[in-house]
Design a protein around this ligand. Structure first.
Ligand SMILES: [Zn+2]
Length: 173
């Protein structure tokens, strides 16, 4: 049983406290561009990207370019990975007690994705409400004729939205 794979809030707190004490880890933070991307895509979508990235670059037993597989920027998840020491198998081993050379168990995968998610949430919270309320942000920046017409409050779009909801309801049974 690996203590570091324990997903309890207390163990997450310990991890984040340790990361905050690291000069290297602590200097990673989301820039405005990342925060906007996160707000627009939504955390759930961004976490799907995270699962895809990590499935290719972190979860397998062997990674050809281990230590160099995670860019320093270009996607909020990359930044989160460096900040949380989930960037490569060497860092996983050192920080999370997960040895290299074997594939990650499902519980370990979920735990690490949870760490990344928590870090992204903390960053969005620290950045202020505009980033924690992506839909308000969209409706505020897109007029009635904007691309996101679903969210404006005009009667026509409300009707359209209700139609969509009916479609979805039918679709999902
Ligand atoms: Zn690393």
């Amino acid at each position: 049983m690996n203590m570091n794979a324990d997903p309890s809030p207390a163990s997450l707190d310990r991890l984040f406290a340790a990361l905050a004490r690291s000069k290297f880890r602590g200097r990673f933070m989301l820039k405005e561009k990342d925060l906007s991307y996160l707000a627009e895509k939504g955390l759930d979508n961004v976490m799907q990207h995270a699962r895809r990235f990590l499935s290719m670059r972190l979860f397998p037993a062997q990674i050809a370019n281990d230590g160099k597989q995670t860019p320093l920027h270009g996607h909020p998840v990359f930044v989160a990975q460096h900040a949380t020491a989930t960037c490569c198998r060497k860092c996983l081993s050192k920080w999370h007690g997960i040895p290299p050379g074997r594939p990650l168990a499902k519980a370990e995968q979920d735990h690490l994705l949870g760490v990344i998610r928590t870090w992204l949430e903390k960053q969005a919270e620290a950045a202020g409400p505009v980033h924690t309320r992506p839909w308000m942000r969209q409706s505020a920046t897109q007029g009635a004729t904007g691309g996101g017409g679903l969210l404006d409050a005009s009667p026509a779009s409300q009707e359209f939205l209700q139609g969509r909801e009916r479609q979805f309801a039918a679709f999902h049974g």
